[in-house]
Design a protein around this ligand. Structure first.
Ligand SMILES: [Zn+2]
Length: 221
């Protein structure tokens, strides 16, 4: 069974591959930066994980998960996202505050407890941030969402938020920009680096910077 450290590397590599594509190599430097470790530390770990049969590692070019690694990464993601859902739905914690706890619990919660959580939640397919929860055998819905920063003027629904910073999530709550919310993207002010949104149920227009708009994934309404 992978250690919690290995599990964090699995998740980090997975998240890069999600945007780059399954067969692309991810830079080990980028993985190191994401996990706040020295590049040498990450390189040592890549060699270990290669020996454990979890990754394809090509020195100086990068790393990707093999099938075994992808399966292991999806297991950790499942634990993380189910735990977050449990903390919000059952324990009534704020969606902005559950990520850090889930980061810890994902490595220690037993399969038995996890199955029980899944049952109590009636087998949810999305976590509180709108991210799909992989099933027990790793299958995951593909939601076809696009990055808000890349979208043109039009009507959309927030699908998911891929940022865990509590203050950003709280700001989103304040603007009512939550998964499931409908909004109109009325203007792309590229001079100011801002998007202007008319959010359903809000009294004032919301301005969101392009970097922040990279964290929101949306579908056409
Ligand atoms: Zn999280």
């Amino acid at each position: 069974m992978p250690t919690s450290t290995v599990e964090n590397y699995l998740k980090a590599i997975w998240s890069f591959q999600e945007s780059l594509g399954r067969n692309e190599l991810v830079s080990v430097g980028a993985v190191a930066e994401k996990l706040s470790v020295a590049p040498g530390t990450a390189t040592t770990m890549m060699n270990q994980m290669k020996k454990q049969g979890l990754v394809v590692y090509v020195p100086r070019r990068g790393v990707r998960l093999n099938d075994e690694g992808a399966r292991a990464a999806l297991k950790v993601l499942r634990r993380h996202r189910l735990v977050e859902t449990f903390l919000v739905e059952v324990m009534k914690l704020d969606w902005a505050e559950v990520h850090e706890d889930a980061e810890v619990l994902e490595h220690v919660v037993s399969d038995r407890l996890l199955d029980r959580m899944d049952e109590m939640l009636d087998h949810p397919t999305y976590d509180p941030h709108g991210a799909p929860i992989p099933g027990p055998d790793g299958q995951m819905v593909v939601d076809g969402a696009a990055v808000l920063a890349d979208c043109g003027v039009g009507e959309y629904v927030v699908k998911s938020v891929c940022e865990d910073e509590p203050s950003f999530l709280q700001w989103l709550s304040g603007q009512r920009l939550l998964p499931g919310t409908r909004f109109l993207l009325t203007e792309r002010d590229l001079q100011a680096g801002m998007l202007v949104l008319d959010v359903e149920g809000a009294t004032e227009l919301v301005r969101i910077s392009l970097p922040s708009a990279r964290f929101l994934r949306v579908v056409t309404a």
